[in-house]
Design a protein around this ligand. Structure first.
Ligand SMILES: NC(=O)C1=CN([C@@H]2O[C@H](COP(=O)(O)OP(=O)(O)OC[C@H]3O[C@@H](n4cnc5c(N)ncnc54)[C@H](O)[C@@H]3O)[C@@H](O)[C@H]2O)[C@@H](O)CC1
Ligand SMILES: [K+]
Length: 500
Protein backbone atom coordinates (compact mmCIF):
# COMPACT_ATOMS: atom_id res chain seq x y z
CA UNK A 1 0.00 0.00 0.00
CA UNK A 2 1.18 3.49 -0.72
CA UNK A 3 1.38 5.64 2.43
CA UNK A 4 -0.23 9.08 2.41
CA UNK A 5 1.96 11.43 4.44
CA UNK A 6 1.40 14.95 5.72
CA UNK A 7 3.36 18.01 4.53
CA UNK A 8 5.71 17.89 7.49
CA UNK A 9 6.60 14.25 6.81
CA UNK A 10 7.16 15.02 3.13
CA UNK A 11 9.53 17.86 4.03
CA UNK A 12 11.38 15.46 6.30
CA UNK A 13 11.52 12.87 3.52
CA UNK A 14 13.11 15.49 1.23
CA UNK A 15 15.64 16.36 3.92
CA UNK A 16 16.41 12.71 4.73
CA UNK A 17 16.94 11.88 1.05
CA UNK A 18 19.23 14.90 0.58
CA UNK A 19 21.33 13.90 3.60
CA UNK A 20 21.38 10.14 3.10
CA UNK A 21 21.34 9.38 -0.61
CA UNK A 22 23.17 11.78 -0.67
CA UNK A 23 22.02 14.29 -3.26
CA UNK A 24 22.18 18.06 -3.21
CA UNK A 25 18.91 19.87 -2.70
CA UNK A 26 19.16 21.54 -6.09
CA UNK A 27 19.80 18.20 -7.80
CA UNK A 28 16.72 16.76 -6.09
CA UNK A 29 14.81 19.71 -7.50
CA UNK A 30 16.27 18.95 -10.93
CA UNK A 31 15.10 15.33 -10.59
CA UNK A 32 11.61 16.47 -9.53
CA UNK A 33 11.41 18.95 -12.42
CA UNK A 34 12.54 16.31 -14.87
CA UNK A 35 9.95 13.80 -13.60
CA UNK A 36 7.25 16.46 -13.90
CA UNK A 37 8.38 17.42 -17.43
CA UNK A 38 8.32 13.84 -18.65
CA UNK A 39 4.77 13.30 -17.37
CA UNK A 40 3.70 16.71 -18.63
CA UNK A 41 4.88 15.90 -22.16
CA UNK A 42 2.98 12.60 -22.05
CA UNK A 43 -0.18 14.50 -21.16
CA UNK A 44 0.28 17.54 -23.39
CA UNK A 45 2.23 16.38 -26.42
CA UNK A 46 2.16 19.47 -28.62
CA UNK A 47 0.90 22.39 -26.62
CA UNK A 48 1.36 25.65 -28.56
CA UNK A 49 1.96 28.08 -25.68
CA UNK A 50 2.66 27.77 -21.96
CA UNK A 51 2.83 30.29 -19.12
CA UNK A 52 4.82 29.10 -16.11
CA UNK A 53 3.73 30.99 -12.98
CA UNK A 54 6.23 30.70 -10.12
CA UNK A 55 6.39 31.75 -6.50
CA UNK A 56 9.78 32.36 -4.92
CA UNK A 57 10.00 29.15 -2.85
CA UNK A 58 10.97 25.68 -4.01
CA UNK A 59 7.67 25.13 -5.82
CA UNK A 60 8.64 28.19 -7.87
CA UNK A 61 12.15 26.75 -8.24
CA UNK A 62 10.58 23.65 -9.77
CA UNK A 63 8.63 25.91 -12.11
CA UNK A 64 11.80 27.63 -13.33
CA UNK A 65 13.58 24.30 -13.90
CA UNK A 66 10.52 22.95 -15.73
CA UNK A 67 10.36 26.04 -17.97
CA UNK A 68 14.02 25.46 -18.89
CA UNK A 69 13.38 21.78 -19.64
CA UNK A 70 10.32 22.52 -21.77
CA UNK A 71 12.29 24.74 -24.13
CA UNK A 72 12.19 23.21 -27.59
CA UNK A 73 9.55 20.66 -26.45
CA UNK A 74 6.53 22.98 -26.54
CA UNK A 75 5.75 26.15 -28.46
CA UNK A 76 6.02 29.59 -26.91
CA UNK A 77 6.95 29.78 -23.18
CA UNK A 78 6.39 32.74 -20.83
CA UNK A 79 7.71 32.75 -17.25
CA UNK A 80 6.26 34.85 -14.42
CA UNK A 81 7.58 35.18 -10.90
CA UNK A 82 5.08 36.37 -8.30
CA UNK A 83 6.57 37.80 -5.11
CA UNK A 84 9.64 39.37 -3.66
CA UNK A 85 12.86 38.04 -5.20
CA UNK A 86 14.76 39.02 -2.07
CA UNK A 87 12.88 36.32 -0.19
CA UNK A 88 13.64 33.62 -2.77
CA UNK A 89 14.85 30.19 -1.65
CA UNK A 90 18.39 29.15 -2.50
CA UNK A 91 17.36 26.55 -5.04
CA UNK A 92 15.00 29.05 -6.65
CA UNK A 93 17.98 31.42 -7.13
CA UNK A 94 20.12 28.72 -8.72
CA UNK A 95 17.36 27.94 -11.18
CA UNK A 96 16.66 31.60 -11.80
CA UNK A 97 20.28 32.03 -12.86
CA UNK A 98 20.08 28.91 -15.04
CA UNK A 99 17.12 30.22 -17.03
CA UNK A 100 19.13 32.22 -19.51
CA UNK A 101 18.16 35.27 -21.54
CA UNK A 102 15.48 33.71 -23.70
CA UNK A 103 13.18 32.87 -20.82
CA UNK A 104 13.78 36.03 -18.83
CA UNK A 105 10.92 36.03 -16.26
CA UNK A 106 8.49 38.89 -15.76
CA UNK A 107 8.18 39.89 -12.12
CA UNK A 108 4.71 40.40 -10.64
CA UNK A 109 4.49 42.30 -7.37
CA UNK A 110 1.23 44.21 -7.82
CA UNK A 111 -2.08 43.89 -9.60
CA UNK A 112 -1.07 46.06 -12.59
CA UNK A 113 1.62 43.53 -13.52
CA UNK A 114 -0.67 40.50 -13.63
CA UNK A 115 -0.92 39.26 -17.24
CA UNK A 116 -4.10 38.11 -19.00
CA UNK A 117 -2.76 34.57 -19.38
CA UNK A 118 -3.81 34.00 -22.97
CA UNK A 119 -1.57 30.97 -23.45
CA UNK A 120 -3.21 27.58 -24.06
CA UNK A 121 -1.78 26.17 -20.83
CA UNK A 122 -0.61 27.51 -17.46
CA UNK A 123 1.83 25.65 -15.21
CA UNK A 124 1.13 26.58 -11.60
CA UNK A 125 4.27 26.73 -9.45
CA UNK A 126 3.35 29.37 -6.91
CA UNK A 127 2.98 27.35 -3.72
CA UNK A 128 3.49 23.68 -2.95
CA UNK A 129 3.83 21.80 0.29
CA UNK A 130 5.32 24.91 1.96
CA UNK A 131 1.94 26.67 2.02
CA UNK A 132 1.48 27.86 5.59
CA UNK A 133 -1.54 30.19 5.46
CA UNK A 134 -4.47 31.03 3.19
CA UNK A 135 -3.43 32.81 0.00
CA UNK A 136 -4.34 36.51 -0.14
CA UNK A 137 -3.20 39.78 -1.72
CA UNK A 138 -1.45 39.81 -5.07
CA UNK A 139 -1.06 36.00 -4.98
CA UNK A 140 -4.82 35.66 -4.68
CA UNK A 141 -5.30 38.13 -7.55
CA UNK A 142 -2.97 36.06 -9.74
CA UNK A 143 -4.93 32.92 -8.82
CA UNK A 144 -8.21 34.63 -9.70
CA UNK A 145 -6.77 35.59 -13.10
CA UNK A 146 -5.53 32.03 -13.67
CA UNK A 147 -8.95 30.63 -12.77
CA UNK A 148 -10.70 33.10 -15.06
CA UNK A 149 -8.52 32.20 -18.06
CA UNK A 150 -9.56 29.72 -20.73
CA UNK A 151 -6.27 27.87 -20.42
CA UNK A 152 -5.78 24.37 -19.08
CA UNK A 153 -3.89 24.50 -15.80
CA UNK A 154 -1.33 21.94 -14.69
CA UNK A 155 -0.26 22.30 -11.05
CA UNK A 156 3.21 21.38 -9.81
CA UNK A 157 2.91 19.06 -6.79
CA UNK A 158 -0.42 20.53 -5.56
CA UNK A 159 -2.64 23.40 -6.73
CA UNK A 160 -1.40 26.63 -5.17
CA UNK A 161 -3.41 27.67 -2.14
CA UNK A 162 -4.71 24.18 -1.33
CA UNK A 163 -3.60 22.63 1.96
CA UNK A 164 -2.44 19.05 1.53
CA UNK A 165 -3.63 17.61 4.81
CA UNK A 166 -6.14 19.95 6.47
CA UNK A 167 -9.16 22.00 5.44
CA UNK A 168 -8.40 25.08 3.34
CA UNK A 169 -10.17 28.14 4.80
CA UNK A 170 -12.72 29.57 2.38
CA UNK A 171 -11.01 32.99 2.60
CA UNK A 172 -7.93 31.68 0.75
CA UNK A 173 -7.67 31.63 -3.06
CA UNK A 174 -6.93 28.25 -4.66
CA UNK A 175 -5.86 27.44 -8.21
CA UNK A 176 -8.44 25.38 -10.09
CA UNK A 177 -6.14 23.02 -11.93
CA UNK A 178 -7.31 20.72 -14.69
CA UNK A 179 -4.32 18.47 -13.94
CA UNK A 180 -1.95 18.03 -11.04
CA UNK A 181 1.39 16.25 -11.29
CA UNK A 182 2.50 15.48 -7.75
CA UNK A 183 5.82 14.30 -6.40
CA UNK A 184 6.37 10.81 -5.02
CA UNK A 185 3.17 10.40 -2.98
CA UNK A 186 -0.44 11.50 -3.40
CA UNK A 187 -1.56 14.16 -0.95
CA UNK A 188 -4.49 13.38 1.36
CA UNK A 189 -6.63 16.18 -0.06
CA UNK A 190 -6.57 14.52 -3.52
CA UNK A 191 -9.01 11.92 -2.15
CA UNK A 192 -11.55 14.49 -0.97
CA UNK A 193 -14.66 15.30 -3.04
CA UNK A 194 -14.42 18.97 -2.03
CA UNK A 195 -10.96 19.30 -3.60
CA UNK A 196 -11.84 17.68 -6.93
CA UNK A 197 -12.44 20.99 -8.74
CA UNK A 198 -9.02 22.27 -7.66
CA UNK A 199 -6.93 19.15 -8.23
CA UNK A 200 -8.43 18.00 -11.54
CA UNK A 201 -7.06 14.68 -12.73
CA UNK A 202 -3.96 13.91 -10.74
CA UNK A 203 -0.82 11.91 -11.36
CA UNK A 204 2.04 10.96 -9.07
CA UNK A 205 5.61 10.78 -10.37
CA UNK A 206 8.49 9.20 -8.45
CA UNK A 207 11.38 11.50 -7.58
CA UNK A 208 13.49 8.98 -5.70
CA UNK A 209 12.71 9.99 -2.11
CA UNK A 210 14.09 7.43 0.34
CA UNK A 211 11.75 4.40 0.40
CA UNK A 212 13.30 3.40 3.70
CA UNK A 213 12.28 6.72 5.24
CA UNK A 214 8.80 6.73 3.69
CA UNK A 215 7.94 3.27 4.97
CA UNK A 216 9.07 4.14 8.50
CA UNK A 217 6.58 6.97 8.79
CA UNK A 218 3.51 6.64 10.95
CA UNK A 219 0.28 7.23 9.09
CA UNK A 220 -3.31 6.04 9.25
CA UNK A 221 -4.04 6.73 5.57
CA UNK A 222 -2.97 4.63 2.61
CA UNK A 223 -3.77 4.09 -1.04
CA UNK A 224 -4.58 0.57 -2.21
CA UNK A 225 -2.29 -0.68 -4.97
CA UNK A 226 -2.76 -3.58 -7.37
CA UNK A 227 -0.03 -5.55 -5.61
CA UNK A 228 -2.06 -5.50 -2.36
CA UNK A 229 -4.90 -7.57 -3.80
CA UNK A 230 -4.56 -11.31 -3.25
CA UNK A 231 -7.62 -13.30 -4.25
CA UNK A 232 -8.46 -16.61 -2.57
CA UNK A 233 -6.81 -19.51 -4.34
CA UNK A 234 -8.91 -22.04 -6.23
CA UNK A 235 -7.55 -25.53 -5.62
CA UNK A 236 -7.94 -28.79 -7.54
CA UNK A 237 -10.02 -30.47 -4.84
CA UNK A 238 -12.28 -27.53 -4.01
CA UNK A 239 -15.99 -28.16 -4.30
CA UNK A 240 -18.99 -25.88 -4.21
CA UNK A 241 -19.37 -26.31 -0.48
CA UNK A 242 -15.84 -25.11 0.23
CA UNK A 243 -15.97 -22.10 -2.06
CA UNK A 244 -18.22 -20.01 0.11
CA UNK A 245 -21.82 -20.54 1.12
CA UNK A 246 -23.40 -17.13 0.87
CA UNK A 247 -26.87 -16.23 2.14
CA UNK A 248 -28.24 -13.16 0.37
CA UNK A 249 -31.20 -11.43 2.02
CA UNK A 250 -32.42 -8.88 -0.49
CA UNK A 251 -35.31 -7.44 -2.46
CA UNK A 252 -38.89 -6.34 -2.00
CA UNK A 253 -41.73 -5.74 -4.43
CA UNK A 254 -40.41 -3.44 -7.15
CA UNK A 255 -36.83 -3.81 -5.97
CA UNK A 256 -35.99 -7.36 -6.96
CA UNK A 257 -33.40 -5.97 -9.35
CA UNK A 258 -31.19 -5.17 -6.35
CA UNK A 259 -31.28 -8.84 -5.32
CA UNK A 260 -30.51 -9.98 -8.86
CA UNK A 261 -27.50 -7.67 -9.19
CA UNK A 262 -26.05 -8.75 -5.83
CA UNK A 263 -26.67 -12.40 -6.59
CA UNK A 264 -25.05 -12.25 -10.02
CA UNK A 265 -22.09 -10.28 -8.65
CA UNK A 266 -21.53 -12.84 -5.88
CA UNK A 267 -21.63 -15.73 -8.34
CA UNK A 268 -19.28 -13.95 -10.76
CA UNK A 269 -16.89 -13.35 -7.84
CA UNK A 270 -16.40 -17.02 -7.19
CA UNK A 271 -18.86 -17.97 -4.46
CA UNK A 272 -19.62 -21.71 -4.31
CA UNK A 273 -23.27 -21.70 -3.30
CA UNK A 274 -25.65 -18.79 -3.26
CA UNK A 275 -28.77 -19.02 -1.12
CA UNK A 276 -31.20 -16.16 -1.56
CA UNK A 277 -33.95 -15.22 0.87
CA UNK A 278 -36.55 -13.05 -0.88
CA UNK A 279 -40.23 -12.13 -0.50
CA UNK A 280 -42.73 -14.46 -2.26
CA UNK A 281 -43.12 -12.03 -5.12
CA UNK A 282 -39.42 -12.41 -5.90
CA UNK A 283 -39.30 -16.19 -6.26
CA UNK A 284 -39.94 -16.51 -9.99
CA UNK A 285 -38.06 -13.34 -10.77
CA UNK A 286 -34.88 -14.52 -9.10
CA UNK A 287 -35.14 -18.13 -10.29
CA UNK A 288 -35.43 -17.01 -13.89
CA UNK A 289 -32.81 -14.25 -13.71
CA UNK A 290 -30.25 -16.21 -11.67
CA UNK A 291 -30.74 -19.96 -12.16
CA UNK A 292 -27.62 -20.72 -10.10
CA UNK A 293 -29.21 -19.27 -6.94
CA UNK A 294 -31.15 -21.42 -4.47
CA UNK A 295 -34.13 -19.38 -3.43
CA UNK A 296 -36.06 -19.63 -0.20
CA UNK A 297 -39.12 -17.46 0.16
CA UNK A 298 -40.26 -15.30 3.01
CA UNK A 299 -43.78 -15.85 4.26
CA UNK A 300 -44.58 -12.29 3.30
CA UNK A 301 -45.55 -11.56 -0.31
CA UNK A 302 -43.89 -8.22 -0.81
CA UNK A 303 -41.19 -7.71 1.83
CA UNK A 304 -38.83 -9.63 4.05
CA UNK A 305 -40.42 -10.32 7.43
CA UNK A 306 -38.44 -13.19 8.89
CA UNK A 307 -35.08 -14.76 8.15
CA UNK A 308 -34.02 -18.07 9.61
CA UNK A 309 -30.37 -18.40 8.77
CA UNK A 310 -29.46 -21.75 7.23
CA UNK A 311 -26.85 -23.77 8.97
CA UNK A 312 -23.38 -23.80 7.51
CA UNK A 313 -23.57 -20.35 6.04
CA UNK A 314 -20.19 -18.62 5.70
CA UNK A 315 -21.51 -15.10 5.29
CA UNK A 316 -24.85 -13.29 5.28
CA UNK A 317 -25.30 -10.43 2.82
CA UNK A 318 -28.26 -8.27 3.75
CA UNK A 319 -29.74 -5.00 2.62
CA UNK A 320 -30.11 -4.44 -1.11
CA UNK A 321 -33.69 -3.42 -1.87
CA UNK A 322 -35.19 -4.64 1.43
CA UNK A 323 -36.86 -1.37 2.50
CA UNK A 324 -37.10 -0.11 6.08
CA UNK A 325 -40.63 -1.22 7.08
CA UNK A 326 -41.34 -2.34 10.64
CA UNK A 327 -41.57 -6.05 9.75
CA UNK A 328 -38.25 -5.95 7.94
CA UNK A 329 -36.72 -4.06 10.85
CA UNK A 330 -37.90 -6.84 13.18
CA UNK A 331 -36.54 -9.48 10.82
CA UNK A 332 -33.12 -7.82 10.87
CA UNK A 333 -33.18 -7.51 14.67
CA UNK A 334 -34.04 -11.22 14.98
CA UNK A 335 -31.38 -12.20 12.50
CA UNK A 336 -28.79 -10.22 14.46
CA UNK A 337 -29.71 -12.16 17.59
CA UNK A 338 -29.30 -15.54 15.89
CA UNK A 339 -26.59 -15.05 13.29
CA UNK A 340 -23.09 -16.25 13.97
CA UNK A 341 -21.67 -15.82 10.46
CA UNK A 342 -20.20 -12.42 9.57
CA UNK A 343 -22.59 -10.12 7.81
CA UNK A 344 -22.20 -7.71 4.90
CA UNK A 345 -24.69 -4.96 5.64
CA UNK A 346 -25.69 -2.55 2.92
CA UNK A 347 -28.35 -0.03 1.95
CA UNK A 348 -31.58 -0.42 3.91
CA UNK A 349 -29.92 -2.73 6.45
CA UNK A 350 -27.71 0.26 7.30
CA UNK A 351 -30.70 2.60 7.34
CA UNK A 352 -32.39 0.28 9.83
CA UNK A 353 -29.26 0.25 11.99
CA UNK A 354 -29.11 4.05 11.83
CA UNK A 355 -32.68 4.30 13.08
CA UNK A 356 -32.04 1.65 15.79
CA UNK A 357 -28.47 2.22 16.92
CA UNK A 358 -28.87 -0.21 19.85
CA UNK A 359 -28.72 -2.97 17.20
CA UNK A 360 -25.16 -2.03 16.28
CA UNK A 361 -23.71 -3.86 19.27
CA UNK A 362 -25.43 -7.07 18.10
CA UNK A 363 -23.72 -7.09 14.69
CA UNK A 364 -21.59 -10.27 14.58
CA UNK A 365 -17.81 -9.90 14.78
CA UNK A 366 -15.98 -9.64 11.45
CA UNK A 367 -19.01 -8.04 9.81
CA UNK A 368 -18.72 -5.14 7.37
CA UNK A 369 -20.88 -2.16 6.52
CA UNK A 370 -20.91 -0.63 3.05
CA UNK A 371 -22.67 2.77 3.28
CA UNK A 372 -22.71 5.53 0.70
CA UNK A 373 -22.31 9.03 2.19
CA UNK A 374 -26.10 9.48 2.66
CA UNK A 375 -26.34 6.24 4.66
CA UNK A 376 -23.19 7.08 6.59
CA UNK A 377 -24.65 10.47 7.52
CA UNK A 378 -27.69 8.71 8.95
CA UNK A 379 -25.34 6.63 11.12
CA UNK A 380 -23.02 9.35 12.40
CA UNK A 381 -24.69 12.72 11.72
CA UNK A 382 -23.41 15.46 9.43
CA UNK A 383 -19.78 16.62 9.10
CA UNK A 384 -18.43 20.10 8.51
CA UNK A 385 -15.81 19.07 5.94
CA UNK A 386 -14.29 15.99 4.32
CA UNK A 387 -11.54 15.78 6.93
CA UNK A 388 -14.11 15.56 9.72
CA UNK A 389 -15.98 12.93 7.71
CA UNK A 390 -12.87 10.71 7.79
CA UNK A 391 -12.46 11.31 11.52
CA UNK A 392 -16.06 10.21 12.03
CA UNK A 393 -15.42 7.12 9.94
CA UNK A 394 -12.42 6.19 12.09
CA UNK A 395 -14.27 6.85 15.34
CA UNK A 396 -17.28 4.77 14.27
CA UNK A 397 -15.22 1.76 13.18
CA UNK A 398 -13.20 1.83 16.39
CA UNK A 399 -16.24 2.24 18.62
CA UNK A 400 -18.24 -0.61 17.10
CA UNK A 401 -15.23 -2.71 16.08
CA UNK A 402 -16.51 -2.95 12.52
CA UNK A 403 -14.84 -2.70 9.14
CA UNK A 404 -16.51 -0.35 6.75
CA UNK A 405 -16.27 1.03 3.26
CA UNK A 406 -17.50 4.56 2.74
CA UNK A 407 -18.40 4.47 -0.94
CA UNK A 408 -17.79 7.17 -3.52
CA UNK A 409 -14.91 8.24 -5.73
CA UNK A 410 -11.84 6.83 -3.94
CA UNK A 411 -13.97 4.70 -1.64
CA UNK A 412 -12.45 4.72 1.85
CA UNK A 413 -12.05 1.36 3.58
CA UNK A 414 -11.63 1.71 7.34
CA UNK A 415 -10.67 -1.05 9.76
CA UNK A 416 -11.37 -1.51 13.45
CA UNK A 417 -8.15 0.33 14.39
CA UNK A 418 -9.11 3.37 12.31
CA UNK A 419 -6.65 2.74 9.46
CA UNK A 420 -8.06 4.08 6.19
CA UNK A 421 -7.20 2.86 2.69
CA UNK A 422 -8.45 4.65 -0.41
CA UNK A 423 -9.36 2.73 -3.54
CA UNK A 424 -7.93 4.10 -6.79
CA UNK A 425 -10.15 2.27 -9.32
CA UNK A 426 -13.56 3.35 -10.58
CA UNK A 427 -15.07 6.24 -12.49
CA UNK A 428 -18.09 8.57 -12.51
CA UNK A 429 -20.04 6.18 -14.75
CA UNK A 430 -20.44 3.95 -11.69
CA UNK A 431 -22.63 6.54 -10.00
CA UNK A 432 -25.71 4.71 -11.22
CA UNK A 433 -28.48 2.74 -9.52
CA UNK A 434 -27.51 -0.82 -8.62
CA UNK A 435 -23.78 -0.23 -8.58
CA UNK A 436 -23.68 -0.59 -4.78
CA UNK A 437 -25.69 -3.82 -4.92
CA UNK A 438 -22.99 -5.24 -7.17
CA UNK A 439 -20.26 -4.28 -4.70
CA UNK A 440 -22.15 -5.93 -1.84
CA UNK A 441 -22.32 -9.19 -3.78
CA UNK A 442 -18.61 -9.10 -4.62
CA UNK A 443 -17.60 -8.48 -1.00
CA UNK A 444 -19.95 -11.19 0.28
CA UNK A 445 -18.48 -13.74 -2.13
CA UNK A 446 -14.91 -12.88 -1.12
CA UNK A 447 -15.65 -13.21 2.62
CA UNK A 448 -17.48 -16.47 1.84
CA UNK A 449 -14.32 -17.80 0.22
CA UNK A 450 -12.40 -17.24 3.41
CA UNK A 451 -10.88 -13.79 2.99
CA UNK A 452 -10.78 -11.79 6.17
CA UNK A 453 -13.30 -8.93 6.07
CA UNK A 454 -10.74 -6.18 5.70
CA UNK A 455 -8.93 -7.89 2.82
CA UNK A 456 -12.30 -8.64 1.24
CA UNK A 457 -13.34 -4.98 1.46
CA UNK A 458 -10.10 -3.79 -0.12
CA UNK A 459 -10.19 -6.43 -2.84
CA UNK A 460 -13.92 -5.94 -3.35
CA UNK A 461 -13.77 -2.20 -3.97
CA UNK A 462 -10.73 -2.64 -6.21
CA UNK A 463 -12.37 -5.35 -8.34
CA UNK A 464 -15.67 -3.46 -8.48
CA UNK A 465 -13.91 -0.27 -9.59
CA UNK A 466 -11.82 -2.12 -12.13
CA UNK A 467 -14.91 -3.82 -13.58
CA UNK A 468 -16.50 -0.35 -13.69
CA UNK A 469 -13.51 1.02 -15.57
CA UNK A 470 -13.73 -1.83 -18.09
CA UNK A 471 -17.47 -1.23 -18.46
CA UNK A 472 -16.88 2.49 -19.03
CA UNK A 473 -14.30 1.63 -21.67
CA UNK A 474 -16.77 -0.65 -23.43
CA UNK A 475 -20.02 1.30 -22.99
CA UNK A 476 -18.99 4.86 -22.15
CA UNK A 477 -19.39 6.67 -18.83
CA UNK A 478 -22.85 7.92 -19.65
CA UNK A 479 -24.40 4.71 -20.92
CA UNK A 480 -22.93 2.06 -18.65
CA UNK A 481 -25.25 0.39 -16.14
CA UNK A 482 -24.77 -1.69 -13.01
CA UNK A 483 -25.41 -4.81 -15.12
CA UNK A 484 -22.46 -3.79 -17.29
CA UNK A 485 -20.29 -3.76 -14.15
CA UNK A 486 -21.40 -7.33 -13.38
CA UNK A 487 -20.63 -8.32 -16.97
CA UNK A 488 -17.07 -7.04 -16.60
CA UNK A 489 -16.35 -8.77 -13.27
CA UNK A 490 -14.85 -11.84 -14.98
CA UNK A 491 -12.42 -9.70 -16.97
CA UNK A 492 -11.45 -7.65 -13.89
CA UNK A 493 -10.91 -10.78 -11.78
CA UNK A 494 -8.91 -12.40 -14.58
CA UNK A 495 -6.64 -9.36 -14.69
CA UNK A 496 -5.98 -9.73 -10.97
CA UNK A 497 -5.41 -13.47 -11.24
CA UNK A 498 -2.87 -12.93 -14.02
CA UNK A 499 -0.78 -10.52 -11.94
CA UNK A 500 -0.45 -13.17 -9.18
N1 LIG B 1 14.40 19.81 -1.85
C1 LIG B 1 13.13 19.91 -1.58
O1 LIG B 1 12.72 20.24 -0.47
C2 LIG B 1 12.21 19.69 -2.71
C3 LIG B 1 11.09 20.48 -2.84
N2 LIG B 1 10.29 20.40 -3.92
C4 LIG B 1 9.27 21.43 -4.17
O2 LIG B 1 9.24 22.36 -3.15
C5 LIG B 1 7.92 22.59 -2.71
C6 LIG B 1 7.94 23.07 -1.31
O3 LIG B 1 8.75 24.24 -1.33
P1 LIG B 1 8.89 25.26 -0.13
O4 LIG B 1 8.98 24.51 1.12
O5 LIG B 1 9.99 26.17 -0.49
O6 LIG B 1 7.53 26.01 -0.11
P2 LIG B 1 6.59 26.61 -1.25
O7 LIG B 1 7.33 26.82 -2.50
O8 LIG B 1 5.38 25.77 -1.28
O9 LIG B 1 6.23 28.01 -0.60
C7 LIG B 1 7.24 28.99 -0.50
C8 LIG B 1 7.12 29.84 0.70
O10 LIG B 1 5.97 30.68 0.60
C9 LIG B 1 5.64 31.19 1.86
N3 LIG B 1 4.19 31.07 2.01
C10 LIG B 1 3.48 30.03 2.48
N4 LIG B 1 2.17 30.29 2.42
C11 LIG B 1 2.05 31.52 1.88
C12 LIG B 1 0.95 32.33 1.57
N5 LIG B 1 -0.30 31.93 1.78
N6 LIG B 1 1.16 33.54 1.04
C13 LIG B 1 2.40 33.97 0.81
N7 LIG B 1 3.50 33.24 1.08
C14 LIG B 1 3.33 32.04 1.62
C15 LIG B 1 6.35 30.34 2.88
O11 LIG B 1 7.33 31.11 3.48
C16 LIG B 1 6.92 29.17 2.02
O12 LIG B 1 8.10 28.68 2.54
C17 LIG B 1 7.22 21.28 -2.99
O13 LIG B 1 5.84 21.41 -3.10
C18 LIG B 1 7.88 20.89 -4.29
O14 LIG B 1 7.24 21.52 -5.36
C19 LIG B 1 10.69 19.56 -5.02
O15 LIG B 1 11.57 20.31 -5.79
C20 LIG B 1 11.36 18.31 -4.54
C21 LIG B 1 12.54 18.63 -3.69
K1 LIG C 1 1.65 24.54 -7.15
Amino acid sequence: MRPILNSQQIREADAFTIANEPISSVNLMERAASAFTQKFLELFASVPSVAVVCGVGNNGGDGLAIARMLQGEVGHIEVYVVGNLEKASEDFRVNYDRLGERLSPKIVVDESQIPEFDTSLIIDGMFGSGLSRPVEGVYAQVIERINASEAQVCAIDIPSGLFADKPTPSAGAVVEATHTISFQLPKLVFFMPSAASYVGSWHVVPIGLSEEFLLQQTTDKWQIELRDIHLPLKRRFDHKGTNGRVLLVAGSKGKMGAAILSAKAALRSGCGLLFAHVPCCGLDILQVAVPEAMVEVDEHTEIISEVLPEEQIDVIVIGPGIGTGKLTENALAQLLQKATAPMVMDADAINILAANTHLLSAVPPESVLTPHPGEFKRLVGDWKDDFEKLEKLKAFCKKYQLNMVLKGAYSAVCDTKGQITFNPTGNPGMATGGSGDVLTGVIGALIGQGMNPLEALRAGVYIHGLAGDLAAHAQGYRSMTASDIVAMLPQAINQLDKKC
